[in-house]
Write a protein that binds this ligand. Structure first.
Ligand SMILES: C[S@@+](CC[C@H](N)C(=O)[O-])C[C@H]1O[C@@H](n2cnc3c(N)ncnc32)[C@H](O)[C@@H]1O
Length: 392
């Protein structure tokens, strides 16, 4: 198995694009437990990385306090989640069981070698990256950087600010939705929402699923149910988002990328809200019915993310995002607004760029991701953050 995993990349073994290595972190406090139990737990902040692990992937252990790297280990299981894991007061519920490969090797001053290789412990390592790290652990110190050591596209980053930008619609080796579908959602948005606001096993709803991006993102890590007025695939159920065939209070997270007006032709169904122009108040009235219906099926405290863009057409600007925000906050508590950079727009051509300068208007550069919560009883102090003032 080992030899096969490290076989040189070739046509029938394209493992140069398969991420095969993960660096898990520990501290002086947790190192002993991890090395003895061969159970590598991580906190919620790194749950998404743990869930990316497949059996037989290479795992390295990096002690951040001691700047020491241990290896090598092979994952025995996929990433696991156990909220009852007692370890360190339940703060590390995501874990992988590993086995050792031969005698465990130890590399001191690991950050120097990682930096020479151009690898961060947060990266997803390719087969080539694994080999490079293995050779360093074997004592070969003449190493150099190589872009091929990391797979930047295996999973999108989890953003910590309210500006989200990712160059591609999809990620990883399987498609997420259909990037030919008009108005397809960038998959990283849904990925970020589920890792922030749900845990494995939770139920995610997309009531306007289009080409099914939400399904493809969630099926790797969550339960998911999706509807559309005109389903484009078998795992989307036909329904009007204003009357969902679901019981009250069953959903943990809703994601919606609704029509932004009548700028895109999705289908001819008479109940398609995308036939109504964003200049008409009726458009917001119908979307408000969708909001009320989502609220009904959501659990107390559940989160909803609504992706929406403004419109500038035929000389008229409509702040669709602000109008949707106003309607949403009639029914939900606001959490935040994220600015999502628009890429691969049909209008992003030299022709439209010169028209925008010539006639002094702007092309749409961002969308709003409005994040709200169904009447939460959760208090800020439950977040357990020590707040302080900072200079602007
Ligand atoms: C922006 S697209 C969704 C894109 C989708 N997230 C994806 O990644 O492919 C909006 C969708 O809303 C659907 N839609 C419009 N009116 C609807 C309604 N009344 N009920 C359910 N879906 C509706 C359209 O058919 C269209 O597929």
């Amino acid at each position: 198995m080992l030899a096969q995993r490290l076989k040189a990349p070739s046509q029938d073994n394209p493992s140069n694009i398969t991420p095969m290595g993960f660096i898990f972190v520990c501290t002086d406090k947790s190192e002993k437990y991890m090395l003895e139990s061969l159970t590598f737990p991580q906190s919620k902040a790194y749950g998404h990385r743990v869930f990316a692990v497949k059996p037989e992937d290479y795992i390295f252990l990096y002690n951040l306090d001691a700047d020491t790297l241990y290896g090598s280990f092979l994952a025995e299981t996929e990433g696991q989640y156990d909220p009852n894991l007692e370890l360190f007061e339940g703060k590390y519920p995501y874990y992988v069981k590993v086995k050792t490969i031969g005698k465990i090797k130890k590399l001191k001053n690991a950050s120097i070698f990682l930096s020479k290789l151009g690898i961060s412990w947060r990266d997803y390592l390719t087969n080539k990256g694994v080999r490079a790290l293995l050779s360093v652990l074997e004592g070969k110190t003449a190493v150099k950087k190589d872009e091929g050591y990391i797979d930047k596209d295996y999973r999108p980053p989890i953003f910590s600010t309210t500006l989200w930008d990712y160059p591609k619609q999809s990620y990883g080796t399987t498609p997420k939705g259909n990037n030919k579908y008009p108005g397809v959602t960038p998959a990283f948005i849904i990925y970020n929402l589920i890792w922030r606001y749900t845990k494995p096993g939770d139920l995610v709803l997309d009531p306007m699923a289009g080409s099914g991006t939400t399904i493809d993102v969630c099926k790797e890590e969550r339960r998911v149910i999706a509807f559309d007025i005109v389903p484009t695939r078998k795992d989307i159920v036909q329904a009007d988002a204003r009357a969902l065939p679901l019981k009250d209070g069953v959903v943990d997270l809703v994601f919606i990328d609704s029509p932004y007006g009548d700028n895109i032709k999705y289908n001819d169904h008479p109940r398609n809200i995308g036939h109504i122009p964003a200049t008409e108040e009726r458009f917001y009235d119908e979307l408000e019915k969708v909001m009320v219906e989502c609220n009904r099926v959501m659990k107390e405290g559940a989160v909803l993310g609504w992706l929406i863009g403004d419109q500038w057409a035929k000389g008229v600007f409509v702040p669709v995002g602000l109008k949707i925000y106003e309607r949403l906050t009639k029914h939900f508590e606001p959490i935040d607004i994220v600015c999502v950079v628009r890429r691969n727009q049909a209008s992003n051509t030299l022709f439209w760029q010169s028209k925008a300068l010539q006639h002094n208007f702007f092309l749409r550069g961002f969308k709003y991701l409005i994040i709200v919560r169904k009447s939460s009883k959760r208090k800020l102090k439950e977040l357990n953050i020590k707040w302080s003032f900072y200079e602007r």
